[in-house]
Design a protein around this ligand. Structure first.
Ligand SMILES: [Zn+2]
Length: 309
């Protein structure tokens, strides 16, 4: 399996358009030791011909253009992107689906709950259903293995299992709809396995880590983990108001119950933080927080990285 990180920042990207925090201001001015990043997007393939997107970010058009493997290679209208796996209904995870609307056949794997939110409550997504076999939606349930298939129903030989992690739907989901949905389908982590047994754990939004999840993560070769916030009150301290990291469904990196500490015992995976918010001090490579993460054996994802599993 080949894994490419097309984008590594949390929603808003880095820098974020309306943010002048020390990180965003510094990267704009060129005074920060660190790199700009687009919103989180990962692409995977087993055969190097048919690719699958994990989520569909608002930066997807530019991310595809920056990745030659994802360019059309056969005819005037064609794409090596065969399908998308959707892990939640967050705007920064699904907006890119609308950028893939050019009547190009595409399979979208999602839970039934997320499909209903997008297709039944948001008429804009009808742009993906203008012709027969444009977007082919395939439901999956948490904790069940399913094969990643392209729009022609060809099996990629990659197997996926979604782990139920969160219980909250995005704020735009109406309360009547929310109460009719299964909370366990709201926010998922994805475990993806190749025929060789190599495993990727894609976990961009993890509210907390229990021992069952810990064992799952330790079965992976590559862990792409929620690096959204350094501290629980990071947004509140930066902007003077807002919600805590945990209220937003993200375990912070630091503190006794943070991910750095909770995941310290993992032995197998290469450990990489992604979905890093622009306010997170680890983006400053000269910061003590950056050094602490690196010394603990973690890496901080950058756009364009790739891994062969
Ligand atoms: Zn900022």
């Amino acid at each position: 399996m080949l894994v490419k990180i097309l984008g590594s920042a949390a929603g808003g990207g880095f820098p974020q358009w309306n943010c002048a925090c020390p990180n965003c201001g510094g990267v704009r001015a060129g005074t920060l030791q660190g790199k700009a990043r687009t919103q989180t997007q990962v692409a995977i393939t087993e055969d190097r011909k048919s690719w699958f997107l994990l989520g569909a970010s608002p930066d997807l058009r530019a991310q595809i253009e920056a990745t030659p493997e994802l360019h059309p290679f056969d005819g005037v209208r064609q794409s090596p992107i065969g399908g998308v796996v959707i892990a939640n209904a967050d705007v920064d995870h699904v907006l890119g689906l609308l950028l893939l609307r050019e009547l190009q056949p595409l399979r979208i794997h999602s839970t039934a709950s997320v499909r209903r939110i997008l297709r039944e409550d948001n008429s804009l997504f009808a742009m993906l259903q203008r012709v027969d076999k444009q977007a082919i939606w395939t439901d999956f349930a948490p904790n069940e293995d399913f094969a990643l298939r392209n729009a022609n129903d060809e099996d990629s030989s990659l197997r996926c299992r979604a782990l139920a992690l969160g219980t909250h739907y995005p704020a735009y989901v109406k309360s009547e709809r929310r109460s009719a949905l299964d909370a366990s389908e709201s926010s998922l982590g994805l475990m993806i396995e190749s025929p060789s047994g190599a495993k990727l754990a894609y976990m961009p939004a993890v509210p907390h880590v229990d021992d069952i999840l810990l064992a799952q993560l330790d079965s992976a070769d590559l862990l792409l983990f929620d690096g959204t916030f350094w501290s629980d009150d990071e947004l509140i301290r930066t902007q003077g108001a807002g919600r805590t990291a945990r209220e937003m469904g993200h375990i912070p990196v630091s503190s006794a119950e943070g991910s750095l500490s909770r995941l310290a015992g993992l032995r197998r995976p290469r450990k990489i933080y992604l979905h890093v918010n622009n306010t997170n001090p680890v983006l400053d490579e000269a910061s003590p927080q950056h050094r602490q993460v690196r010394e603990a054996g973690w890496e901080i994802a950058e756009d364009g990285w790739q891994f062969e599993l």
